[in-house]
Design a protein around this ligand. Structure first.
Ligand code: NBG
Length: 822
């Protein structure tokens, strides 16, 4: 290629002046989308713009690929079954620093920029907080210039789209790839084969005892790479997702016998593995495909890590120092057995050496204390999918328990509790135990959560190896959650304290405290919130048909629907407000809009009924003459990263009301607070640390503490007595049973009501009064706009430590021993 041509190519693909960008978009429309301007759909334009932006990452992307040969390069591998990246375009524009330029270029073609951005499908490859955390961490890793690869699964269908029909959740397949995905590049030559099922055979080779795995079948994993740009720093990392394919697309024996459909069968089966993301909160027990998915992506990722090791000219013995691998929850924890298998069976290392490498390479993040969410696989199922791994796990377990006996205790009960194999009744492989034994570090995701892991869920492991335990409190990226999703507030902040906060939130944001008493600043702060509320009100009207008043207090609870998160506590409080109004329509009420959003797992009946309850309450209250618009209830359908843009920034009040001791951290709590919402919350998860940072005077705290929850449970909690003793609560619950919200159907909500009256495992009733009282304080505080605004500013100012940059620095220092690339 001659010099001149090379330069020209560089220009149209790299220059950021208006004329070049305009032309680049037209070029892609023509040469990539094959459309003339007059026939181009909005999607064609979106694709052309996306390719134009992607081009501008290429140079640094290729630089990264070239660096993959560099011996000194330490690469962090983040293994996660979920990455909830959110729409890529806006984020890329912010991080590349070309938002305004592209906006202008797009508009110069006569297009509506916001509409074009909304054309991008949500890449919903995750359920909620855990998957979004992985996405925030990739952003921070890259912004901090730590070379990293996010390893995961390229689900053809992500988390279902939620529709609401007659108040009920209806799930729709998420066909996010249907109009093409301009952000990924298939690496057709990066493919690994993955064995499944079958049996093992022992044999002796040159005097050495060896094992051969004879699989029942085999599939191939192909790499799909998506670039992850850092914030204005020229760094790009990779999100590498695996898609399953058939080894042979046609079974030619079947084909030659004339069985065309039989021949395609294998292809269909193989591609099933990465077909669909499992919604969480469902029991995975017995879900063979789920285990297969987990193994599939772990197997491909580890083979890839070893390949990169080789490319860099490093030995396998150096794996731990050069490629630390983080297990995001137990979903990838089969990596312990798989890495051992690769090292022993395929690379012919001896056990001790392999074990040393495995242990020092892997580390494990726990994300939940709920016993039902701790993964365990029935032994027969595990054996039938991964026969060789089960043998390895037995060996790991035997050696581990022998060591405990030798160095600690022979206590049979202790050994049974520690064992990787659960032998109390039906036998299971406990994946959390495998991850604890097979890694060098274990961390919780908030201070409280880590304490509870140590004291309770992983107590025995903590006693055994306290040095393995760390806390890394979660964080969120200020790039997406503030700069991109709340541009006006971001600009206001920058106008006062400069833009250092975007990358140094923990040290810079605090300067905002100086403006908390500044009248003009407060006015501007309030105004921006108002404008954000007006926009959300418009969207609510569009999506639900409900009119809401932007001057009312926007009280928001968005997150997955789960009993422990207690959306029904919020709902009961609304019903009791309604009841008060009905009893005395002249009662003085601070106008409020209660906004809910979130998906329920399709198999979680009570959660779905809670959605129906919220919608039913909304229908009655929103149309009640006595209420007269003073309170409104909205269920915003299909809450996801894309829709959340409008929601966090418009909230006055953030509901973080889980039962103390149940929410591992929460990250929505941080997103709200960083966007100026005040929090009503329990001492749970990261709320504890937020409260500490923000100050109790700026936080609406209520409810039982973790120890109180535990003590009450121990002493025998009687929810029915609470109900009988509390008039407000009793009237609210009874009102639901009159059928007033359900067109006279008295029993529709019985499953919710009865669960509360008989077990109430999350102590909704016990916390009701404290919550209602606290909500009264909220209403009073909101009546004083000036003071409310001051609290809001102080809130934001003091939230600096909840940046994911801080979290990633802690992982780098304490767990990965990784440093930024200079
Ligand atoms: C979730 C917790 C949240 C936490 C996120 C991210 C799972 C298993 N856990 O509290 O419920 O914020 O993980 O750590 O999804």
């Amino acid at each position: 290629m001659n010099e001149h041509h090379d330069n020209e190519l560089q220009n149209i693909r790299t220059n950021n002046d208006l004329e070049t960008l305009k032309q680049a978009i037209l070029d892609h429309l023509y040469y990539t989308q094959a459309k003339p301007v007059n026939l181009a759909s909005l999607n064609d334009w979106y694709m052309a713009v996306a390719y134009t932006v992607r081009d501008r990452m290429m140079k640094n992307w290729i630089k990264l690929i070239q660096r993959l040969n560099d011996k000194d390069l330490k690469i962090v591998g983040y293994l996660s079954a979920e990455f909830l990246m959110g729409p890529h375009l806006g984020n890329a524009l912010i991080n590349l620093g070309i938002y305004d330029e592209i906006k202008e270029a797009v508009e110069s073609h006569g297009l509506d920029f916001q509409q074009l951005m909304r054309q991008e499908e949500e890449p919903g490859l995750g359920n909620g907080g855990l998957g979004r955390l992985a996405a925030c961490y990739l952003d921070s890793l890259t912004t901090l210039k730590v070379p990293a690869i996010g390893y995961g699964i390229r689900y053809e269908f992500g988390i279902f789209d939620q529709q609401v029909h007659d108040g009920w959740q209806v799930e729709k397949t998420d066909k996010w790839l249907r109009f093409g995905n301009p952000w990924e590049i298939v690496r057709a030559e990066i493919r690994f084969s993955v064995k499944l099922g079958g049996h093992t055979e022992n044999y002796v080779d040159e005097g050495k005892y060896k094992v051969r795995w004879i699989p029942e079948y085999q599939v191939t994993g192909v790499a799909y790479d998506t670039p992850v740009p850092g914030y204005k720093n020229g760094a790009v990392n990779l999100l590498r997702l695996w898609k399953s394919e058939a080894v042979e697309s046609f079974d030619f024996t079947a084909f030659n016998k004339g069985d065309y459909f039989g021949a395609v069968n294998e292809k269909v089966f193989s591609e099933t593995i990465t077909k669909v993301l499992y919604p969480n909160d469902e029991s995975y027990k017995g879900k063979r495909l789920r285990l297969t998915q987990q193994y599939f992506f772990v197997c491909c990722s580890l083979q890839d890590a070893l390949r990169l090791q080789q490319m860099r000219g490093l030995s396998i013995e150096q794996l731990a120092e050069s490629t630390p691998l983080q297990l995001n929850d137990t979903h990838p924890s089969v990596a312990v057995a798989e890495l051992m298998r690769l090292l022993i069976d395929e690379h012919e290392l001896d056990w001790d050496k392999a074990w040393h490498i495995t242990k020092n390479t892997l580390s494990y993040t726990n994300h939940t204390l709920l016993p039902e969410a701790l993964e365990k696989w029935p032994l027969p199922l595990f054996a039938s999918v991964l026969p060789r791994h089960l043998e390895i796990i037995y060996e790991i377990n035997n050696r581990f328990l022998d060591e405990v006996k030798a160095t600690h205790s022979n206590d049979d009960q202790l050994l049974r509790r520690l064992s990787i194999i659960d032998e109390n009744g039906e036998k299971y492989v406990r994946m959390a135990h495998l991850a604890c034994v097979g890694g060098h570090a274990i961390n919780g995701v908030s201070a409280l959560h880590t304490e509870l892991l140590k004291q309770d869920v992983l107590h025995d492991f903590y006693q055994l190896s306290p040095e393995k335990f760390f806390n890394v409190t979660n964080g969120v990226t200020p790039r997406r959650w503030m700069k991109l999703y709340n541009p006006q507030l971001a600009d206001l902040i920058t106008s006062k304290i400069g833009e250092g906060w975007i990358t140094h939130l923990d040290t810079e944001l605090i300067q905002l405290e100086n403006y908390a008493a500044d009248a003009d600043f407060k006015q501007a702060w309030w105004q921006i919130k108002q404008q954000n509320k007006i926009q959300l009100a418009q969207l609510i009207k569009e999506r639900t048909g409900t009119d809401v008043d932007p001057d009312s207090l926007f009280d928001v609870q968005v997150k997955r629907i789960h009993e422990y998160k207690r959306q029904h506590l919020n709902a009961l409080h609304i019903v009791s407000l309604f009841n008060q109004i009905k009893k005395d329509p002249s009662i003085n009420i601070v106008p409020r809009t209660f906004i809910f959003g979130g998906k329920a797992a399709p198999g979680y009946y009570i959660a779905k009924l809670i959605i129906k309850l919220i919608n039913s309450i909304a229908e009655t209250i929103n149309n009640d003459a006595d209420v007269n618009g003073r309170i409104k209830v909205v269920f915003f359908p299909d809450f996801n990263v894309k829709n959340s843009e409008y929601i966090y920034r418009a909230a006055n009040l953030s509901e973080q009301i889980s039962t103390a001791g149940k929410e591992a951290s929460g990250t929505g709590n941080m997103k709200f607070s960083l966007n100026g919402a005040l929090t009503i919350g329990t001492l749970d998860g990261a709320n504890v640390e937020m409260l500490e940072a923000i100050g109790i005077e700026n936080f609406f705290l209520f409810g039982l503490k973790t120890e109180e929850v535990m003590a009450l449970k121990y002493s025998g909690y009687k929810p029915y007595e609470v109900y009988q003793d509390n008039i407000e609560l009793k009237e609210a619950m009874d009102l639901i049973r009159t059928g007033i919200f359900s067109k006279g159907d008295h029993s529709l909500f019985d499953p919710v009501i009865n669960a509360l009256l008989s077990y109430d495992p999350y102590m909704v009733l016990k916390d009701f009064q404290s919550y209602a009282d606290c909500q009264q304080r909220v209403a009073e505080a909101y009546s004083n706009k000036d003071h409310w605004t001051k609290m809001s500013i102080l809130n934001v100012a003091r939230m600096g430590r909840f940046s994911s940059d801080r979290s990633i620095k802690e992982y780098c220092e304490n767990i990965w021993h990784a440093r930024p690339l200079l």
